[in-house]
Ligand binder design. Structure first.
Ligand SMILES: [Zn+2]
Length: 97
């Protein structure tokens, strides 16, 4: 688990986050915004810094409010979200951007 976190963290370090994108608490690791279990990819634009309680709460759910918040954060930092619209049209529709 620790090794996984270190690896995932190295992929999100680009966002320069130190606090959980969902609640602002100190984060502990990377979170897949679109969960891996729902086909979410291992790319920088699908990973944000996250705390343990939010990670537990979100789990494998497609929580629209949480996803929207995380993707807005990525967009605000210059990240591109075209991959969602193109590859995950149903989720894109849910997000309502
Ligand atoms: Zn949190």
């Amino acid at each position: 688990m620790a090794e996984y976190r270190a690896k995932a963290a190295s992929r999100v370090v680009w966002w320069r986050d130190t606090v959980c994108v969902y609640c602002g608490c100190p984060g502990v690791g990377a979170d897949h915004i679109i969960p891996k279990s729902k086909g979410g990819p291992d790319i920088r634009e699908n990973l944000v810094w996250c705390c343990q309680p939010c990670n537990n709460h979100k789990a494998n759910r497609l929580d629209v409010e949480m996803m929207r918040r995380a993707f807005r954060h990525i967009e605000a930092q210059g990240g591109c979200l075209d991959w969602i619209e193109l590859g995950y049209p149903k989720i894109w529709k849910l997000l309502g951007f």
